[in-house]
Write a protein that binds this ligand. Structure first.
Ligand code: ZN
Ligand code: ZN
Length: 85
């Protein structure tokens, strides 16, 4: 018998600590709030110090950026549609 089953560090969770001692969902909520002084891991938005998760941005700024892109894509599609009339 091995006794290596680690439980999530978050109190009252009880799920297995799959990533660095935390379950998946708690790992992500923890990770998203992390700040770093390492410019290679930092969000590229100037005043933001959180770790990047995608496209050089932290979770918040990546989500903002994604929504902005979707809006722009929507506008572009409208303009294109307008031109075909
Ligand atoms: Zn957990
Ligand atoms: Zn950021």
């Amino acid at each position: 018998m091995t006794n290596t089953q680690v439980k999530c560090l978050t109190d009252d969770c009880g799920r297995p600590g799959a990533i660095k001692g935390r379950c998946k969902s708690h790992h992500w909520s923890w990770y998203r709030k992390q700040e770093t002084d390492d410019p290679d891991r930092q969000c590229q938005v100037q005043e933001c110090r959180r770790v990047r998760v995608a496209k050089g941005r932290c979770h918040t700024h990546y989500t903002n950026w994604k929504h902005q892109r979707q809006r722009q894509a929507g506008k572009a599609a409208l303009i294109l549609e307008g031109r075909t009339h």
